[in-house]
Design a binder for this molecule. Structure first.
Ligand code: HEC
Length: 237
């Protein structure tokens, strides 16, 4: 072949690549790298069916209508009525700039502007959102949950030291008595009260206390239902 011709063709290819920006979908995604990008999502989204967190489970995402996972109760009207069907192109546009793609949605995430990490993430999600293909929960959530002593383990089986029997509010302090007979003091702003009504949540009448954060000075008390707040928390020193 004529070497001049080859040079001309190569030059044309380079020129073509520079002058006409490729659509994002033309960037080749790498699922292994994409799994690391998913770390930006994992605090809010699980890949297990119907395990909803701040955001809906992403299991079974492809071909699902936006805002229509029945078990997720916190969709914004904007997402629910968008009429979008999740597919390669719509997910690419959503993850690039969520607020532009569906204005007024309530996902507090700025988007991934670079094409390559977005393509990597989509390559990972396309497989991992299929039934039975999700990597284990530990991989999904990194080491954060382990560090916080929480995680996905059931609150139905608690050590005595984790089972709350009474809480007294005294000046700026909560005094938490657990089933091992010990009472620990927490500054009132370091104790959080939560409920977990899921299958993993505590048994009625047996709220759990879990250490949170890395300093050991914070904790969460998790009740089966909000009507237990009043039963367990009293005033007095
Ligand atoms: C701070 C929490 C948070 C982060 C981080 C986050 N999301 Fe979301 N996501 C949400 C919430 C909340 C919604 C529901 C928004 C609404 O209803 O407007 C949502 C909705 C979605 C939806 C639509 C699902 C459906 O059922 O229609 C997809 C897809 C999605 N997120 C993917 C991602 C991906 C991928 C990432 C990481 C790049 C990510 N999100 C990061 C909270 C988050």
């Amino acid at each position: 072949m004529n070497p001049n011709y080859i040079f001309a063709a190569a030059a044309l290819a380079v020129f073509g690549a520079l002058s006409s920006p490729q659509p994002a979908s033309a960037v080749e995604g790498n699922a292994a790298r994409g799994q690391r990008v998913f770390g930006a999502c994992a605090a809010c989204h699980s890949l297990e069916p119907n395990r909803n967190m701040t955001g809906p489970s992403l299991s079974g995402l492809w071909n699902r209508q936006a805002g229509h996972l029945a078990s997720f109760k916190r969709y914004s009207p904007a997402l629910k009525s968008s009429g979008i069907i999740w597919a390669d192109n719509s997910l690419d546009a959503w993850l690039k700039e969520p607020q532009q793609f569906i204005p007024e949605n309530q996902m507090t995430f700025a988007g991934i502007k670079d094409d390559q990490p977005r393509a990597d993430l989509l390559a990972f999600l396309k497989d991992a959102t299929q039934p039975g293909h999700a990597p284990s929960a530990n991989v999904q959530q990194g080491d954060m949950m382990g560090m916080m002593g929480g995680g996905t383990s059931s609150l139905k089986k608690l050590e005595a030291a984790e089972r709350v029997q009474a809480i007294r509010h005294c000046e700026d302090t909560y005094k938490v008595t657990t089933a091992d007979g010990k009472t620990r003091d927490f500054w009132e702003q370091n104790l959080r009260f939560k409920t977990d009504s899921s299958d993993e949540g505590p048994v009625k009448g047996a709220p759990a206390i879990l250490r949170a954060g890395m300093m050991g000075d914070r904790a969460s008390v998790i009740f089966a239902a909000p009507d237990e707040f009043g039963k367990f928390i009293s005033n007095g020193c």
